[in-house]
Design a binder for this molecule. Structure first.
Ligand SMILES: [Zn+2]
Ligand SMILES: [Zn+2]
Length: 392
């Protein structure tokens, strides 16, 4: 067996040796779901495990209380490999995206790598990234320079299918608020300006627009305020829209068109429109060189990788923004035959298959970090692909 093979074997054993501890962390986070930027218990739990494992931990970084950075150095100068942790829950649904597994897998990978880091140059860091489900913790961390010294980044998401090189859609969120004029809906409707009608027109205009959008575009919205009583002409009404596309540039174009739909609704009704642009997520550009190395490691563990075909539907993640800053991958590990953001997926996220997926995710990241730290040629190829595809 090669030296690299021995190091990987030791990393795998280190994950297995911590099996009970990792499962305990994952189930504890799952049992205490905390939403965007409120993940205090989860962040503390992950930080405590890293600190106990010999990592230097900075809790609350870049102005975000629930973000963190943990670092441990190898035997000399070399690249910095980042394992990313997510640990936020969904409002009301709890951990229906399985981020309890993601945060724990990053910690498991880091602790496993720590077991062999005396044989490797470079550094391993764990970056705790809050608010993936809304708020875009990674967008803020990228903007605030947290990835400036990172050479490659990995994160693994639980899923109904195991994939390594999957991308994600660029995504933007918009809030439209219409203000009209209240009036008695039966006695004096001519006095009123109907803000709800402006919202309804916005939806109808968007539906008229759909035919003219490229197939990768997604526009979906909800009405958050529609008036207070049927006998009052609604003075205030509001809607939230999400706009997505394969590339950020086209998503911006669609966003402009959707905004025009709202403006037309305002013009037609006489309401005034206030548009607020929320956080935008860039499309995920997986580093294929890194993805191949990662997939080879999972295959070595007997895990079947089933990459998506072109045109298959995708979601969005703030890992997209990371992939524009440093070479990155966002693989998915099978934990059960359920769609994300459902109560079924939430329950699956602490079932035996989820625990198995958690260990597989940790092992895949640790093994790939061994590859990157021990093979300067691989690291150079990863960097070159990044320079050619993302930076170009
Ligand atoms: Zn999600
Ligand atoms: Zn998720």
């Amino acid at each position: 067996m090669t030296d690299i093979g021995i190091l990987k074997q030791r990393a795998i054993q280190a994950v297995d040796a911590r099996r009970d501890e990792l499962i305990r962390i994952s189930t504890t986070i799952h049992a205490n779901p905390e939403v965007a930027f409120q993940e205090f218990q989860a962040a503390a739990l992950l930080c405590d495990a890293l600190q106990a494992g010999g990592f230097q931990v900075a809790r609350g970084i870049a102005g975000l209380d629930t973000a963190f950075r943990a670092e441990r150095r190898g035997s000399g100068d070399g690249p910095t490999i980042a394992f990313l942790a997510e640990y936020d829950a969904l409002p009301e649904l709890g951990h229906a995206c399985g981020h309890n597994i993601m945060g724990t897998a990053a910690v498991g990978a880091a602790l496993a790598l720590a077991a062999v880091l005396d044989q490797l140059p470079g550094r391993v860091v764990v970056i705790g990234t809050p608010a993936e489900e809304g708020g875009g913790g990674k967008v803020l961390l990228v903007e605030r320079g947290v990835f400036a010294d990172v050479d490659a980044a990995m994160i693994v998401h639980p899923s109904a299918r195991t994939m390594v090189a999957r991308g994600s859609l660029a995504s933007m969120r918009l809030v439209f608020e219409f203000t009209g004029k209240a009036s008695h809906a039966a006695a004096a409707p001519e006095e009123g300006i109907n803000a709800l009608e402006a919202v309804i027109l916005t939806f109808n205009n968007v539906n008229a627009l759909r035919l003219h959008l490229k197939p990768d575009a997604r526009v979906h919205g909800i009405i958050t305020h529609g008036g207070s009583a049927a006998n009052i002409i609604p003075e205030y009404a509001a809607a939230q829209f999400s706009v997505r596309a394969a590339k950020q540039m086209y998503a911006r174009h669609v966003l402009e068109r959707v905004t025009q739909c709202a403006e037309a609704g305002a013009t037609a009704t006489g309401a005034t429109l206030k548009t607020t642009l929320k956080m935008g997520y860039a499309e995920m550009i997986p580093n294929l060189t890194l993805a191949h190395a990662f997939a080879a490691n999972w295959e070595m563990l007997g895990i079947l990788v089933n990459e998506p075909r072109w045109g298959e539907p995708m979601g969005s993640t703030d890992m997209g923004n990371v992939s524009h800053a440093v070479p990155a991958i966002h693989p998915y590990i099978y934990i059960g035959d359920f769609a994300g953001h459902t109560p079924e997926f939430r329950d699956a996220a602490i079932a035996p298959a989820a625990h198995a997926g958690l260990l597989q995710a940790a092992k895949g990241m640790a093994m790939t970090a061994v590859d990157l730290l021990s093979d300067p040629d691989l690291m150079a190829r990863v960097q070159r692909e990044f320079a050619d595809t993302v930076r170009a």
